[in-house]
Design a binder for this molecule. Sequence first.
Ligand code: ASP
Ligand code: MG
Length: 402
Amino acid sequence: MVKKVLKFGGTSVGTIARIQHVAKIVKSEKDLGNQVITIVSAMSGKTNELINLSREISKNFDRREYDVLLSSGEQVTSALLAGALIELGINAKSWLNWQIPIITEGEHSNARIINVNIKEINEFIKDGVAIVPGFQGISKDGNVTTIGRGGSDATAVAFAKLFNAETCEIYTDVEGVYSTDPAKIPVAKKIDKISYDEMLELSSLGAKVMQSSAVQTAMMYNIPIEVKSTFTDREGTVIFDQQNIDYTKSVTGVAYSKDDAKITLIGVEDKPGVAANIFEPLNKAQINVDMVIQNISSDQNTTDITFTIKRQDLLKTKDILDNNKKIKYKKITHNDKVAKISIVGAGMVSTPGVTFKMFKGLAENNINILAISTSEIKLSVIIDEENTLNAVKKLHTIFDLD
Ligand code: ASP
Ligand code: MG
């Protein structure tokens, strides 16, 4: 008998038939004698639908009420799944976030789970199955909060930690973590085992299979995760500590995202403090700068600075730069038709030539690199958006992932 946290994503509970199917999976775990806590997402599309409803009322919908609204999606699926299990003769029960309670800290829409009262649920799962709505909690002053898009993963990991569960299984609509997006690149392969670090890079660089902050928490507390499909019985991907993995390949996966924009300031004065003057106000406005390139000045007096930000921050960033009296430049250009392509692999550390191989591959395909950033286990480049799939395909082949 083991204690398990099972989490089902939006598509897994997207229809009544699917909820009934999930109930059978949960029942089979219970029938094996396991203690089961089930975390559910809202039915697929529901959260977006609720967001759109709020926008019909106001573009500045009240933050508190926004969280009350958004948390309702998961509450619906919790009750439906509990009902479906009861239909199958299982003693199941759902809780609302404040009934448990799941305590959070931080601002509305972006709170973090800091504690969960485990007592009642721990008692209940000795005999029954507990169903918990993901993506939400309640603040210390009693307001319902949500914990960021895709937050049911974080709920699952937090519960696995606080209940001391043996496993945390993330059920989704794909068979696991893939070497790249299987929907766009059919030769993508399922990865059997991946380290927390690699998963963290992949998920923050565009792989959508798991929320990156949930991976981060799992890594911090060493909670093994299994990502698997709700719709097949096949083994999924295990995410765990790197020491347990034997690296045969330098690159584990290729990720891409299209949510970056690139800004170039041309003819910036080349003297100490200029970069600080550019980035300080951006930092104050909580605009996250990702890659930065500063060229050596050709005339000793001016230089060009290129940096990337999230595409949604482009207007705000331009506005800040336009009104920044502390810096002088000749011209500003921006490009939001760019994509970030990243190769990720813990095996990169011990393999020379990965950088060269990547750049050469892109060059052979006439793909121009607009910016580069690296870390120990990843290499990202910004390229023109239209070349995205071509670049991903090529890199997937070059690094033996097909
Ligand atoms: N329903 C929420 C969302 O769509 C949370 C989740 O699915 O994990 O972001
Ligand atoms: Mg989701």
